[in-house]
Design a protein around this ligand. Structure first.
Ligand SMILES: [Zn+2]
Ligand SMILES: [Zn+2]
Length: 348
């Protein structure tokens, strides 16, 4: 068996923990952050400063500013809220690509992709950003543009407007991120079947399908937040912040270190479950969960085909890798429905 840690690179091949050290270098730390949010610079309801303030004051160490076709200047945000190892706003864009499809009820399909860590706006293809080509080819072009700028690409909400089929994602390049949970209220995270029997799998099932095909894709939970006004806090139909995030392992809180860790898959994703430790080696995947009140926890270890390899109850879960699983990842669900997802350990 050739063990390929997220590909020679992911922390998941090391035994890692909150106090782990990488040789003589800086100690590695965990940083909580969000990879998808909007401000008044596109269709959010609040100035970028208020968006950064929300994340800064709610226990996050970073957020990417992903306005549609607008790269928000993060310098004023970092002047106000930034600080070494305290908080960082990172420049980014949501590339709001659409494609023409007369067979779709809306005539177009949505192929949005986040450009994380870029500095120059990427213009989507086509007039009014509607391309006359396949979604797969727009992904290829837009991801190439993102990588040219040193950024990392995140495929957003494939089931939004029932837009992206699995077959259109099978050529995504390795080290691309995929939203497995987006906090927006109308993106159909769990998938669905129409009255004719056409199936769109859940975003998480799409992830398993891609991993099963040997793709190295990292699963993300994020907000896609648009609504920050305090008076709207109880309007659940609005896309409020704080619904999904990533916890990234990096040596410093800098754009380069955060983007690099995302590219390597050195993070886990969450809607509310916190991991105390996350350790992986060629022989096991081991996690320890931080207890919240009196919640109970179920950890499912998932392998090829999305198959549940083992289920463990309690705060400590360990899976011994046999080498035949294809990949092994953990999905933790608590008794209130909150979740965490580790990145896969990929076994070649
Ligand atoms: Zn979008
Ligand atoms: Zn968005």
């Amino acid at each position: 068996m050739h063990f390929r840690s997220v590909c020679g690179a992911t922390a998941l091949c090391l035994s890692v923990g909150l106090s782990n050290f990488a040789g003589a270098q800086q100690p590695l730390r965990w940083f909580k952050g969000n990879t998808h949010t909007h401000s008044l610079n596109s269709d959010g309801d609040s100035p970028a400063l208020d968006v950064a303030r929300w994340y800064r004051t709610h226990g996050y160490q970073f957020t990417f500013m992903t306005d549609h076709e607008f790269v928000t200047d993060v310098a004023p945000l970092n002047a106000m809220f930034g600080g070494p190892a305290r908080f960082l706003a990172i420049s980014a864009q949501e590339v709001t690509q659409r494609t023409s499809d007369p067979s779709h009820p809306e005539g177009v399909r949505q192929a949005h992709i986040n450009a994380l860590g870029i500095n120059t706006m990427i213009r989507p293809l086509g007039e009014r950003y509607i391309a006359n080509q396949s979604i797969a080819s727009t992904y290829a072009r837009n991801i190439a543009e993102i990588r040219k700028q040193g950024g990392v690409a995140q495929v957003n909400h494939p089931n939004f407007r029932w837009s992206v089929k699995l077959s259109e994602m099978v050529d995504l390049p390795d080290s691309t991120l995929l939203e497995v949970w987006n906090g927006h209220s109308t993106v159909n995270n769990l998938g669905g079947t129409d009255s004719s029997g056409n199936v769109f799998p859940s975003h998480e099932a799409v992830w398993d399908s891609l991993l099963t095909r040997g793709k190295v894709i990292w699963g993300v939970a994020d907000d896609d937040s648009h609504s920050f006004k305090p008076e709207d806090a109880d309007k659940l139909e609005l896309t409020r912040p704080g619904r999904g995030w990533v916890v990234v392992r990096a040596d410093t809180l800098t754009p380069g270190a955060i983007v690099g860790a995302l590219r390597r898959g050195d993070f886990y994703s969450s809607t509310g479950v916190t991991l105390r430790t996350l350790a992986a080696s060629r022989s096991e995947l081991k996690i320890e969960i931080a207890l919240n009140s009196d919640a109970r926890y179920r950890t499912e270890f998932v392998g090829r085909g999305g198959r549940v390899l083992a289920t463990v109850h309690g705060l400590n879960a360990r899976y011994a890798i046999t080498g035949n699983e294809g990949y092994v990842r953990a999905r933790i669900t608590d008794s209130n429905g909150l979740k965490a997802w580790t990145q896969p350990v990929i076994i070649r």
